[in-house]
Design a protein around this ligand. Structure first.
Ligand code: CA
Length: 233
């Protein structure tokens, strides 16, 4: 027997939701494990070799934000945050927790499965971004080294999450060309179709600007094209 099933950790205190998730993941051909509070979630995440983590925010013992940070200090496993409230999305992104994606409850299971698939593909570098075109991209003070997966600004290494790196590298590989949010979700996030949530792109761009730009409100690298999307120059 070979065991090549991908394994997903469900961190969720509401038993009904956890069971529905588990059932659907199993149906979709995944293995899973469930953690019912934040502490257990962090412990299991750090111990087990999971391919992806579904992380609720409101959890007993330790909230999802803390769990996410704790996982990120040690692992690059893709994390999809599960939020109950719209307002939490800004917090997820604003805190720079290193989460890869989010879904808002109530979510459609098909959308969630598609997001899971996309995030796993991206994590395993199956999504070919523009990064593969040139090894090193230098634009003024910024150096994007696609061989070392490293971005430096005036010689100092920037601490970017994988999705931030992928986005920057993709945009920089196509200078001056604006990409719509939908295009970026397909090309960088690896979504196979559009799932109707463009905000992931906007919040990732704003996080990226905060790290890359001297003055994020007057960007010199990542520009917005009104009504179109984003481009690098
Ligand atoms: Ca909860």
């Amino acid at each position: 027997m070979t065991n090549q099933k991908k394994k997903i950790l469900i961190v969720e205190d509401e038993k009904n939701i956890a069971q529905v998730l588990a059932f659907n993941l199993m149906q979709a051909g995944y293995d899973y494990d469930i953690a019912q509070d934040g502490e257990e979630g962090l412990r299991k995440a750090l111990k087990g070799s999971f391919d992806l983590i579904l992380l609720d925010i409101m959890l007993p013992k330790m909230d999802g934000f803390t769990v996410c940070r704790g996982i990120r200090m040690r692992l690059d496993t893709p994390i999809i945050m599960v939020t109950a409230k719209e307002e939490e999305i800004d917090k997820i992104m604003g805190l720079d927790l290193g989460a890869d994606d989010y879904v808002t409850k109530p979510f459609s299971i098909n959308v969630l499965l598609a997001r899971i698939k996309a995030n796993m593909r991206r994590a395993s570098n199956e999504v070919v971004t523009g990064a593969k075109n040139s090894a090193v991209i230098t634009v003024r003070d910024l150096v994007i080294d696609n061989e070392k997966y490293l971005v430096t600004k005036r010689g100092e290494e920037l601490s970017l999450s994988k999705i931030e790196y992928d986005l920057l590298s993709f945009l920089a590989a196509h200078p001056e060309k604006p990409f719509s949010r939908e295009e970026l979700l397909t090309q960088v996030w690896g979504y196979e179709e559009f799932y109707g949530d463009r905000r992931t792109v906007d919040v990732t761009v704003s996080r990226l600007r905060a790290k890359v730009e001297d003055d994020p409100s007057h960007p010199q690298y990542i520009f917005s094209k009104h009504g179109l999307g984003y481009y690098f120059a």
